[in-house]
Design a protein around this ligand. Structure first.
Ligand code: UD1
Length: 372
């Protein structure tokens, strides 16, 4: 669970508005997005404070956070109102990355997801509304592409389509692509934009969408600003590994490192957009420094813009590590979406942010075959 806060040292970053004091969400020793974001913010001249619970189901017994020496770490849970209020004291912004991520291990996870993510966000927003100095900080919230559900599709005959969740019978029969609700034809995936309706399809996605709704209510109540960054599949060094909540690139890396074939679910044709954690940290920096003044929550897709398939990710990682070729298992996970790829043009237009790390370079770095 990451959280951190920062304020600029001296003048603001050249070419960007002076962001004042900022606070960001808690992050852990694996310190995946949180530690890179903290480093990036500190390097840009912000005075950063990090808050992280370092919970063992994500971080194991590693308790030393990977933070720059000048970023203090408060070890506390985001649901600890006193700790969060004190961490936010006088801060101009908070980057709220504290969350339990992934599809989870089953419905037994539901209360922990809701407590960690929904209650965590609520506690943070309440504390932020009352932060000392009387002005609520700008909130940058880690949302997710999964808030869109299946994303954008079109039917060759019926045009834009919004398919319902996939049927277990179809998935068992190896029909993985969603079908047109009108004619049953397999749909063609496209790039989803921020104005699409939110339609979360699993517990984690529901908590992320609810977080955006809470932020909207909070901005109306406080008059403060908030930015929701809808992250795509974030990867890079420091990715959590060997936990039930690890992202697929990390899982494939672990398998390939042990000389095993990565196991690809469905038929491997599911489409994702892998975005490097360094690029994500730059998006966080841009969102911290450019609060949108319109009021309410401004949402931005944060992806590389390059569509890849999970089968291709597995093949690349196996090849980089000289592991056996991936096995396509045909298994499927309840709650998984088939394709989710977004347009990140709004972030480019409004925040001036674009991903820069090519996926080939990023994956080579991830598996330790090269340093970028
Ligand atoms: C991921 C993130 C989520 C984030 C979202 C944004 C994780 C665990 N999840 O969800 O936090 O909000 O991106 O888009 O980081 N797969 C395999 N083999 C495996 C494991 C998974 O083929 O061993 C497949 C899955 O079936 C799925 C795809 O890989 O089709 C991606 O899975 P996963 O890494 O869990 O990511 P998302 O569900 O896309």
């Amino acid at each position: 669970m990451p959280a951190s806060g920062c304020r600029p040292r001296g003048a603001g970053t050249p070419g960007r508005p002076d962001a004042g004091r900022h606070a960001h969400p808690p992050h852990g020793r694996g310190g995946f997005i949180g530690s890179v974001a903290a480093r990036t913010l500190a390097a840009a001249g912000h005075d950063v404070l990090a808050l992280d619970s370092l919970r063992p189901d994500v971080h194991g017994d590693r308790t030393t956070p990977e933070l720059p020496g000048d970023v203090p770490l408060v070890r506390a849970d985001v649901r600890d109102a006193d700790a969060v209020r004190s961490a936010l004291d006088g801060r101009d912004a908070v980057v709220h990355l504290a969350a339990k991520v992934g599809l989870g291990v089953g419905i037994d996870d539901v209360d922990d997801y809701v407590s960690s993510n929904d209650l965590g966000t609520a506690v943070l927003l309440r504390a932020a509304a009352r932060s000392a100095g009387g002005r609520a900080p700008h909130v940058v919230y880690a949302s997710s592409m999964v808030v869109y559900g299946e994303g954008a599709y079109a039917c060759a005959e019926h045009g834009p389509a919004h398919p319902p969740p996939r049927e277990p019978a179809d998935l068992d029969a190896g029909v993985f692509d969603p079908r047109c609700p009108a004619c049953g034809r397999v749909l063609v995936p496209g790039l989803v934009t921020e104005d699409a309706a939110l339609d979360p399809r699993n517990v984690y996605a529901a908590t992320k969408a609810h977080g955006e709704r809470l932020l909207a209510a909070w901005t109306r109540a406080t008059g403060a600003t908030a930015t929701a960054l809808r992250f795509h599949n974030v990867y890079g060094p420091g990715m959590p590994r060997d936990t039930p909540y690890a992202g697929v690139a990390s899982i494939f890396r672990s398998e390939a490192e042990h000389g095993r074939a990565p196991r690809v679910f469905e038929d491997g044709g599911q489409r994702r957009d892998l975005v490097h954690v360094d690029d994500v940290a730059q998006a966080v920096l841009a969102a911290v420094e450019q609060p949108q003044a319109r009021g309410g929550v401004e949402a931005f897709n944060v992806g590389s813009g390059v569509v890849t398939t999970i089968g291709d990710v597995a093949r690349r990682i196996a090849a980089l590590l000289g592991a056996p070729a991936p096995v396509v298992t045909g298994e499927w996970r309840a709650g998984d979406v088939r394709h989710v790829t977004a347009s990140s043009e709004k972030a480019a237009r409004v925040l001036g942010w674009r991903a820069e790390v090519p996926v080939d370079e990023g994956l080579a770095e991830l598996v330790g075959v090269s340093a970028r």
